[in-house]
Every structure is written in structure tokens, then in C-alpha cells.
Design a protein around this ligand. Structure first.
Ligand code: GLU
Length: 487
């Protein structure tokens, strides 16, 4: 569809949340599937909560996830500017249009007056709706209020718009995800579209922007459903075409509460810092409310896009299963090309002197330690023994292994023999095989023999492949450690 245009419109009041990433992804998939355009708009009208740091974080996170936009603040496009704060001169014209058409009016109520109305409603246990006190002010009355120094906000006249475009106050729309949705708009109350300081409110700005940016489909979280009714009335009042809406279920934590910091990471950048791969994260996020037709869950975004059908997105909430994400991440780590993995692990190895290893040694180290990784950050603790001359001995390894008579015997023999060994992979294989055989004949299990060497060289009872480990650590350091472990 040539004219299909979708957008993601984050407010930069925090780092890009994984829920926003899901909304962005579903818009992106929908655009890709139908050959449409994906637009990024930054909704930064709330100056107090906005920061450049968050804007940068949103850009970086979306890019890292591969959700590249066709139009946006940085790449431009035919319908810019794409940053809301740069669009302030656009809105007054449409406010005026609504005032002229009688679908909006000036409201001179002070915050104190409005607060009093709210308190009154609360006292009577009624849901608050604005009293419409200012809807029918005469020009004289307005002039008088202006003379008092009051500056008006602009309110949208819900009832007038409803009566003009709908037979009943129950307004319906067909949601792409949830099907028929309706609301009694007489309960909404005349809402402010422009504050007295001239800044537009979200519901108004979003309509003007989506209208001018020719957005055809609006896919977003279901927390916006109640806004949608207000927005539909504004589109109609402006004589604009109403876009199609699709509302996604929320993402909940495993305990079914709102996903929050106490459950784990929530911002995309936090996931990255914790050692998640963005490819795994985006794949996982796609499965929050959507399922592939062939049941194969691990697949790249392009394949997901080809298979994506917005009508099949679940209308209910999805549970963010960290365990499943962890599993998926481990699968993606296994699939990574070694050179790629070496690069991606570097941030998690910054406390080690990587220059002490040749590229060949670094490659080998990664090859023999990658298997158990769930998060990239797991590498940090898994490779300590590859660095430095001395090694920290785990107390358990000391007591259970190194302190035993068998181990002491194994280590002494090892030291004697290994000092003459050629320290190549092939040779170490052969020599260790023979070494185990020698002890096996004495009734010592090969496992026990290897434990002794491993505990002395790595300080642990478990770890990477022993031959590879010895190779990377090098002969001098390995024998030095064995010597130190001998009493
Ligand atoms: N800036 C709004 C938000 O982040 C956009 C909502 C919408 O998609 O209309 O919630």
C-alpha cells in the first residue's frame, strides 16, 4: 500500500521502554509487510520532563534494534519538522478553525476555580467533568475577564462535535486489534486542547501532527483507547479523514503487575548493558502478542515482517517472561559469528587487559567459553583465570580437590612431565590423554586427574575445555600455577 503510513511517537521523558519498543516494532512490521512508511516523531512538548539524553537514547535504542525510520527528526522527510516542540507555530491555525466552526471555546477558569469544581464532584462522589461554565460567554463577558488579566485556555466542545457527527453519544470505532470499541462520550467532558500559555495538549497536537503527516494507521498501547474517542471527534470537527486505530494489549511482569524496575531491566539500553543482544530482544518482543504461523519462534525481523498480520495480534495483555528472553538470548549467542561475538563481548571484558592476549588466544578463549553464556555479561566472571599470573583459588576447590593426596600427587607428576611438553593444542591433547591413562591404571578416575589440574590452573572445579584453557594461559603461567598449588 503506497499510502500506508505509520508512526511511533515517543515522549522523551525516559529511556526507550521495552513496551515502546514493542509498539515501534509492530508499526515497523506493519509498514514493512505492506510497503508503507514508518515515521518517528518526538513528542517533547512537556519541556520539564524532556531531555536531550532521553532523545538520544530513543534514537540509539531504536537503531540498535534495527527499527530504522523512513522519516524523522534526523533524516527529515516531506512532513517535518518531526519534533513536536518545533511545530508550535502550526497549531494555532487549527485551534482557530475549531473556534470558527464552533467546536471549541475559550475558557477563562482559573486553576483554583477548576480545583473547586473537582472537589465538589469528589464530595458528591461523581466523576469530574468540566462544568462548561465558559462555553457560552458573551463577548462582553470575555472582554471583562481579559481585562482582569486572565488568559484563556481553549476547550473542545465534545457535545457539539458528537451531535454533528454521531447519532448517539455512544461513539464506535473498529479497532484493528480489538474489534468494535465504543464509549459514551458525554462522560468525557470538554477537554483543553490548548493551554493558556499557548502550548497544545497531547490529544490535540497528536491529531494535528498525525493528520499533517498523513498517518493512515495508528498502532499504539491500549492505554490510549480513551484518548482515541477524543481524537476521533477532533478529526471529524476538522473535516479530516479519521485514521485506522489498532490498540495493543499491555506488557505485564510475570507477577501480572505493571512491568517495572523491580522485575528487571525495562529500558532497551538497560537490557543491552546487562548483556542482551538486540536481535534476541527484538525477536522476543515480537512474540509479545504475536505468534509466527509456522510456530518457529526464533527468526529475524525481516521474516517476522513477511509473516506479520495485525489482525492476528492478541488483544489481551502479554507476560514478559524474563526466563524465556534469557533462553532466547543464549540461543542467539550460540548463533553469533565468532568475530561478531568477540566484538560484542569486549564491553564486558573491559576490566581485563585484553592486550595480554594475541588475537588467536582471544579467539580461542571465546570459543571455549561461549557455550554456557546466557548473557554476554556472564563472560566477565567466566574468564578471570585467563588473565594475570596468579589465580584466585575457590575455597571449595582448595578443600575438595587441591588438599587431597591424590591431587597433590597428580600435580607433582604433571609438573615433572609437562615442563617438557610442546604447548600446542594437538600435542596437549595427546599428552593429557596419556597422562589420564597413566593414572587410570593406578585406579584414579580420569575425572579426578583432570580436576586436580583444573583446580590448580583455574582455581575452579569447572570451566572451559582444559586443553584450550592451557593453550590460552600458556605454558609458563600454567606451570607456575601448578607449582604454587603443590604443598
Ligand atoms: N507521546 C505519546 C506517548 O508516548 C504517543 C501516544 C500515541 O501514540 O498517540 O504515549
Amino acid at each position: 500500500m503506497e499510502d500506508l503510513r505509520v508512526r511511533i511517537a515517543p515522549s522523551p521523558s525516559g529511556n526507550l521502554h521495552v513496551g515502546t519498543a514493542r509498539t515501534a516494532l509492530f508499526n515497523y512490521l506493519f509498514a514493512k509487510k505492506h510497503g508503507g512508511k514508518f515515521v518517528l516523531r518526538i513528542e517533547d512538548t512537556d519541556a520539564e520532563r524532556t531531555s536531550q539524553e532521553y532523545i538520544d537514547n530513543i534514537f540509539d535504542s531504536l537503531k540498535a534494534l534495527g527499527l530504522n525510520w523512513d522519516e524523522g527528526p534526523d533524516v527529515g522527510g516531506d512532513y517535518g519538522p518531526y519534533t513536536q516542540s518545533e511545530r508550535f507555530d502550526i497549531y494555532p491555525k487549527y485551534v482557530q478553525e475549531l473556534l470558527d466552526k464552533g467546536f471549541a471555546y475559550e475558557c477563562f477558569c482559573t486553576p483554583e476555580e477548576l480545583e473547586a469544581e473537582k472537589e465538589e464532584a469528589a464530595k458528591n462522589k461523581k466523576a469530574y467533568v468540566y462544568s462548561k461554565k465558559c462555553e457560552n460567554l458573551t463577548e462582553e463577558e470575555k472582554a471583562k475577564l481579559r481585562a482582569e488579566g486572565r488568559k484563556p485556555a481553549i476547550r473542545f466542545s465534545v457535545e457539539k462535535a458528537q451531535k454533528a457527527f454521531h447519532e448517539s453519544p455512544i461513539v464506535h470505532f473498529e479497532d484493528l486489534v480489538k474489534g468494535d470499541l465504543h464509549q459514551d462520550v458525554s462522560l468525557i467532558g470538554d477537554f483543553v486542547i490548548m493551554k493558556s500559555n499557548g502550548s497544545p495538549t497531547y490529544n490535540f497536537a497528536v491529531v494535528i501532527d498525525d493528520m499533517l503527516m498523513k498517518i493512515s494507521h495508528i498502532i499504539r498501547g491500549e492505554d490510549h483507547i480513551s484518548n482515541t474517542f477524543k481524537q476521533i471527534l477532533i478529526y471529524e470537527a476538522l473535516g479530516a479523514e479519521v485514521p485506522k486505530f489498532g490498540h495493543l494489549g499491555m506488557i505485564l511482569a510475570p507477577d501480572r503487575s505493571k512491568l517495572s524496575k523491580r522485575h528487571g531491566a525495562t529500558a532497551v539500553s538497560e537490557f543491552v548493558e546487562k548483556g542482551y543482544l538486540t536481535d534476541a530482544l527484538i525477536n522476543f518482543v515480537a512474540l509479545l502478542g504475536w505468534a509466527p504461523s509456522d510456530g518457529v519462534e526464533i527468526k529475524p525481523v525481516e521474516e517476522i515482517a513477511a509473516d506479520f498480520r495485525i489482525g492476528e495480534v492478541s488483544s489481551s495483555n502479554s507476560i514478559f517472561e524474563y526466563d524465556k528472553l534469557n533462553w532466547m538470548n543464549s540461543q542467539y549467542i550460540k548463533m553469533l559469528d565468532i568475530e561478531d561475538l568477540k566484538e560484542k563481548l569486549k564491553p564486558f571484558l573491559k576490566d581485563y587487559d585484553l592486550s595480554s592476549l594475541t588475537d588467536e588466544q582471544y579467539t580461542k578463549m571465546v570459543e571455549i567459553t561461549r557455550e554456557p553464556l546466557t548473557l554476554l555479561s556472564d563472560i566477565t566472571n567466566d574468564v578471570t583465570y585467563f588473565f594475570g599470573k596468579d589465580v584466585e583459588i575457590d575455597p571449595q576447590a582448595q578443600a575438595d580437590v587441591l588438599d587431597t593426596e591424590v591431587s597433590q600427587d597428580v600435580l607433582k607428576t604433571f609438573l615433572e612431565q609437562a615442563k617438557d611438553w610442546d604447548w600446542t593444542e594437538e600435542n596437549l591433547h595427546e599428552k593429557l590423554e596419556a597422562f589420564r591413562g597413566f593414572y587410570k591404571e593406578k585406579g584414579i578416575k580420569p575425572k579426578v586427574t583432570m580436576w586436580a589440574i583444573r583446580a590448580a590452573v583455574t582455581g575452579r572445579t569447572r570451566g572451559a575445555d582444559m586443553v584450550g584453557t592451557l593453550e590460552v594461559i600458556g605454558k609458563d603461567t600454567a606451570l607456575y600455577r601448578v607449582q604454587k598449588a603443590i604443598k
